[in-house]
Each structure stands twice: as structure tokens, then as C-alpha cells.
Design a protein around this ligand. Structure first.
Ligand SMILES: Nc1ncnc2c1ncn2[C@@H]1O[C@H](COP(=O)(O)OP(=O)(O)O)[C@@H](O)[C@H]1O
Ligand SMILES: [Mg+2]
Length: 307
């Protein structure tokens, strides 16, 4: 759905994007992660035809985005990172105002708007003033607005930033519905866990370069190897520690009350072997598991702690 080749953008002498290559499949919910200043907004604005690139190629659904701006604007919906001020606009008027920018008749805009407000859970606010809405509601309204012309690709720039947990949860629900509708979605954040549950693919940007890219489940699976193993011991802790010290796959041992936490470099079979050795030696093991795959730790590893 989105193909980017060698995309480069400079601001004066500063290179914000450095030969970026990226591929996003139709129906993907792509999480675009990276610290502030990484180049996410720049990339997204170029994809949406709102900013000129220096060189490179961008194809959206096969269309050359850098040279066919008008066609791209019909295919893409954009939710910017900043929500403007809309004095005296009511929610429904706001939707109809944006709808009037596309060649859609008033009736279609009206019925589409009602459907979209329902989708983002704002039906009961349709006669309220936009400026009186909470931040989370404004954000959802912005999503509804970006969908008015039924775009195939929706690009959201830091939609969860500044939202409270409740508003974030509601946004997440909206994203799930959009994913289920088969839309291709690009959603950025400088905080990875914000995206983990919403996306099936992530790309990590840093200083204008894509430094990691892949399916969320594959990335968490490979990182599981580096997650520590936590062993709860009801009795014979000393015996357990002796065995662990003699096991080559055990890299590091730390003790917390009744638990022993180890860095274990083995796969599932080797894990189960270790468990039988402990039990065989009479150690009373009450639980034995890998700590959960944590995207944030992974992100810190990839970006070297930059945030
Ligand atoms: N209009 C601009 N003029 C000069 N520098 C800019 C401009 N817009 C962005 N930049 C710089 O380009 C880099 C990437 O910015 P941006 O794409 O906004 O990153 P992100 O969205 O990941 O925070 C930053 O260092 C930023 O300061
Ligand atoms: Mg940005």
C-alpha cells in the first residue's frame, strides 16, 4: 500500500530524512516510533502530500505520491499532531465543512458524518461546540474528519500524546474498529508502549533513519530470549543457586526474597531441561517463567536509550 524508496528531506543544511526505505502492506496498522526529532512528522507529511521531498520515491496504492498530489489527497486521511481552534463551529458543522472540500453532495456528507461520529463515539456531541470538547474527544473528531472521503490510508501523527488513560483507551478502541474495517493505518508515537497493542507492524526511526522494522509479534518473540527467567522457590534455594551457577546457559543470577531471577540464554527445550534438573535435585519450584516480552525495553535497546 505504501512504498518508500530513498526518501530524503533536508531543512537548510539539516538532513531530517536520510534515504528512507519503507514498505507497508494493505491492511497493516503500522506503528511509527522514534524519539522527538527523529523525522516521523516529516515522513508523514510527505506521504500525505503536504510537504515536498528533496528526492526519493513514494508510491501509495501504486500512485506516484510526489507527483500526483491531488490523487493522493483523495486516498489519504491525515490527522495532524496539532488540533486547530474552531471558534463557533459545532461538531456536525465541522464535519460538513471538511466534507464540502471533497466533491461529495451534502446528503452524502451528512449521512457519512453521522456514521463516522458514531464510529468514534461522539454521536451525542454532534450539536456541541468543537472548542468545548475534551482533548480526547477533539482527537477522535479529528479521526472522523480525516475519514470523511473514505480514504484507504489513514495517517495519524502522535494521536495519543497528551491524552489521559481513559481517552487513550477510547482512541485505541477506535483504532481497533478502523483496523477491522481493513484500513491501512500509520500511527506515530515517541512512546512505544502506546502503540504496542494497536499495531501489527512497527518501524523505529532515529535521526532520519529507520533502525528497526518488523511485525510486532516477531520482534517480541526474538526479544523473549533476552527476557529474564523468574523462578519462585518454596524450599532448597541454596541447592537451586548452586545448580544455576553450574549451568552454562545461565548468564546472571540475582536473588529477590523467594525468587531467583536469571538471564538465561536458552530456548524453550533448554528451559524445560533446567526445570527438570532443579526438581530432580529436590528443589521445590513453585513457579518458573519468562518475564513478559516488553516492547519498551526492546525499544530502549534498539535506540540505545534515546527517548
Ligand atoms: N520546518 C522545519 N525547519 C527546520 N527544521 C525542521 C522543520 N521541521 C522539522 N525540522 C527538524 O527536522 C527534524 C525532524 O523533525 P520531525 O519530522 O518533526 O520529527 P518527529 O516528528 O519525529 O519529532 C527535527 O530535528 C526538526 O527540528
Ligand atoms: Mg512529530
Amino acid at each position: 500500500m505504501v512504498e518508500i524508496h530513498n526518501l530524503t528531506k533536508t531543512y537548510g543544511r539539516f538532513r531530517a530524512l536520510n534515504n528512507l526505505n519503507l514498505h507497508i502492506d494493505r491492511g497493516d496498522v503500522f506503528g511509527f516510533v522514534g524519539p522527538n526529532g527523529a523525522g516521523k512528522t516529516t515522513t508523514m507529511r510527505i506521504i500525505c502530500g503536504l510537504l515536498q521531498a528533496d528526492w526519493g520515491e513514494v508510491y501509495i496504492d501504486g500512485i506516484d505520491a510526489l507527483n500526483h498530489n491531488d490523487q493522493i489527497k483523495r486516498k489519504v486521511g491525515y490527522v495532524p499532531d496539532f488540533f486547530g481552534v474552531y471558534d463557533n463551529f459545532k461538531v456536525m458543522e465541522y464535519m460538513e465543512f471538511y466534507g464540502s472540500m471533497y466533491d461529495l453532495d451534502a446528503k452524502t456528507v451528512h449521512s457519512t458524518s453521522l456514521g463516522l461520529l458514531d464510529l468514534v463515539n461522539l454521536s451525542d456531541k454532534k450539536d456541541d461546540y468543537v472548542d468545548g470538547l475534551s482533548r480526547g474527544m477533539k482527537q477522535r473528531l479529528c479521526v472522523a474528519r480525516a475519514l470523511i472521503h473514505n480514504p484507504q490510508l489513514l495517517v495519524l501523527d502522535e494521536p495519543a500524546s497528551g491524552l489521559d488513560p481513559r481517552a487513550r483507551f477510547e482512541l485505541k478502541e477506535v483504532m481497533k474498529n478502523l483496523g477491522a474495517m481493513g484500513k491501512t493505518i500509520i500511527i506515530s508515537s515517541h512512546i512505544l508502549p502506546e502503540l504496542g497493542e494497536m499495531c501489527n507492524v512497527i518501524g523505529v526511526m532515529e535521526k532520519g533513519n529507520l533502525i528497526a522494522n518488523g511485525k510486532v509479534d516477531e520482534i517480541t518473540r526474538t526479544s523473549r530470549h533476552s527476557n529474564p527467567l523468574r523462578i519462585h522457590i518454596a524450599d532448597k534455594k541454596e541447592t537451586a543457586i548452586q545448580i544455576l551457577k553450574q549451568t552454562p546457559l545461565v548468564q546472571k543470577i540475582s536473588i529477590q526474597d523467594d525468587s531467583v531471577i536469571i538471564a538465561f540464554d536458552g530456548d524453550d527445550a533448554e528451559m524445560s531441561q533446567l526445570l527438570s534438573t532443579l526438581i530432580g535435585a529436590g528443589v521445590k519450584v513453585s513457579s518458573f517463567h519468562r518475564e513478559e516480552g516488553n516492547l519498551e525495553t526492546l525499544f530502549m535497546e534498539i535506540t540505545g536509550g534515546a527517548k
